[in-house]
Ligand binder design. Structure first.
Ligand code: HEC
Ligand code: HEC
Ligand code: HEC
Ligand code: HEC
Ligand code: HEC
Ligand code: HEC
Ligand code: HEC
Ligand code: HEC
Length: 246
């Protein structure tokens, strides 16, 4: 059987390609460029000769026991000292030779606490422009043990918008706690102790149901069995600014 001419040509091309590749890999390119061991050794050497900048997360506690102890129990326990004070190895080796940076500007705290929808739910975030502007954060919060400085008495301290809406509504005279049972801890750790919310039509029905015993006279009445019967009341009426017929 005769081998076709095309196969001969293809074989020659293939031989050139394979030969060329082998030649390049083993003869033309020097070993130092392809040997991974050599690469590893040289990289380690190069990195090891670089000057160190960070002292590390345990280097500060020997001399700053008080700060370290306070921080270890605080909300900021996971943060590294040098994350806020910039790399400080020179200072840790000889405190009189160099001092770490002490940033007191609002932008330091804003890096982590400025409102950003991509942060996990529950992470304490503030609107930097509206949250006590013009003052350094550290005048009110200790950076090593940050907590809200005082417990607000009013729900409005944190829910100002809802309070403002309610104040001009026909529910103005109802207090927040008429409809929400709020644990005291909600005011210091809002997200870990959430208040209750009304969960049934009967809740509103207690004041608005026709013939409900003890309902306030001023509250307009509806027939609970027919009025918006298949939905929860607050699917149609915003409870903090309810609208009726007028
Ligand atoms: C060997 C002891 C020692 C170590 C380790 C050490 N410090 Fe200090 N640090 C001092 C002393 C002493 C001072 C006071 C210097 C002064 O006021 O002259 C000081 C002052 C400071 C200050 C205040 C600077 C200022 O301008 O008031 C900061 C912030 C600080 N250290 C942060 C750190 C951090 C962060 C580390 C860890 C990377 C660290 N220190 C490690 C001894 C140490
Ligand atoms: C969230 C950022 C942050 C972290 C984390 C942090 N600090 Fe500070 N630190 C500050 C700020 C801001 C000040 C300035 C406070 C002021 O002026 O009232 C400060 C002040 C200091 C001071 C000088 C004043 C003082 O309170 O004695 C020392 C010393 C200090 N920090 C050491 C440390 C050490 C040690 C750690 C780690 C255990 C640490 N810091 C972690 C932000 C931070
Ligand atoms: C590197 C990021 C980072 C920086 C910078 C930072 N924080 Fe924090 N902060 C955190 C983390 C993480 C928590 C703990 C969150 C948690 O427990 O859910 C926290 C918690 C807090 C809390 C507690 C909120 C509450 O629920 O009671 C306050 C207040 C606070 N930080 C203020 C500050 C202030 C003021 C500064 C600037 C001096 C600052 N933070 C800088 C990461 C940061
Ligand atoms: C004038 C005092 C004051 C200043 C200045 C201040 N705060 Fe606050 N901060 C408060 C009070 C009071 C609360 C608790 C009530 C509230 O949330 O408004 C609080 C609450 C917080 C919380 C907790 C919010 C939550 O939802 O858990 C964080 C985080 C916070 N502040 C960070 C900051 C940062 C960052 C700065 C600087 C950009 C700053 N604060 C400046 C007084 C202050
Ligand atoms: C220190 C600030 C603060 C104070 C004071 C405060 N709240 Fe809240 N409240 C919050 C935060 C933060 C949330 C959570 C919001 C979120 O997750 O979006 C919340 C959530 C709620 C919710 C929704 C619960 C849920 O399941 O969605 C209700 C209802 C509520 N608060 C009612 C109240 C009432 C009533 C008061 C007064 C007795 C009050 N709050 C006082 C900060 C506060
Ligand atoms: C008439 C009853 C009633 C009163 C009074 C009331 N709420 Fe509500 N609130 C509700 C109901 C019902 C919901 C649930 C709405 C839902 O699930 O969509 C709710 C939801 C909320 C929520 C979570 C959803 C949102 O709108 O952000 C917060 C926060 C809240 N209320 C705070 C307050 C505060 C603060 C006050 C006082 C200023 C107050 N409420 C007064 C009935 C009431
Ligand atoms: C499907 C939507 C819907 C639902 C659900 C609903 N409502 Fe209404 N409601 C309305 C509309 C629309 C009006 C105004 C027209 C009317 O009276 O039918 C109204 C009016 C009212 C009024 C004013 C009546 C007057 O005489 O001024 C009250 C009070 C009221 N609703 C209470 C409730 C209560 C309480 C619930 C839950 C048990 C509820 N509503 C559920 C849509 C709804
Ligand atoms: C403690 C009693 C009470 C409860 C509970 C209550 N309301 Fe009311 N509501 C009133 C009173 C009183 C008025 C009328 C005030 C006035 O017009 O003087 C009113 C007014 C209304 C109106 C009419 C608004 C208008 O402008 O015509 C609606 C709608 C309404 N409430 C819906 C609700 C819904 C929805 C709930 C449940 C989340 C609810 N209410 C819970 C007492 C209550």
């Amino acid at each position: 059987m005769r081998i076709p001419e095309q196969v001969h040509r293809l074989a020659i091309v293939l031989a050139i390609v394979i030969g060329g590749t082998l030649l390049t890999r083993f003869v033309i390119i020097p070993r130092s460029l392809v040997s991974t061991e050599l690469h590893w050794a040289q990289t380690t050497q190069r990195e090891a000769t670089r000057p160190l900048k960070f002292a590390g997360s345990t280097a500060c506690q020997d001399c700053h026991e008080d700060v370290a102890a306070k921080k270890a129990k605080s909300f900021h326990r996971v943060l590294a000292c040098e994350g806020c004070h910039t790399p400080s190895i020179k200072h840790a080796e000889d405190p009189s030779a160099a001092k770490p940076t002490v940033l007191r500007e609002r932008k330091l705290c804003a890096t982590c606490h400025a409102y950003d929808p991509s942060r996990p739910t529950g992470f304490p975030q503030i609107n930097v422009t509206a949250h006590n502007p013009l003052k350094a954060c550290v005048t009110c919060h200790n950076p090593h043990d940050p907590v809200p400085p005082k417990v607000p008495k009013e729900c409005a301290a944190c829910h100002a918008q809802i309070e403002r809406a309610k104040a001009v509504s026909s529910h103005a005279l109802l207090t927040c706690t008429t409809c929400h049972k709020a644990p005291e801890r909600h005011k210091t750790a809002p997200r870990t102790a959430l208040p209750s919310k009304p969960d049934s039509r009967d809740f509103c029905g207690a004041c608005h149901g026709q013939g409900a015993a003890g309902a306030p006279k001023e509250a307009p009445k509806v027939d609970l069995s027919t009025h918006g019967a298949r939905n929860l009341c607050w699917e149609c009426h915003y409870p903090h600014l309810p609208e009726g017929r007028s």
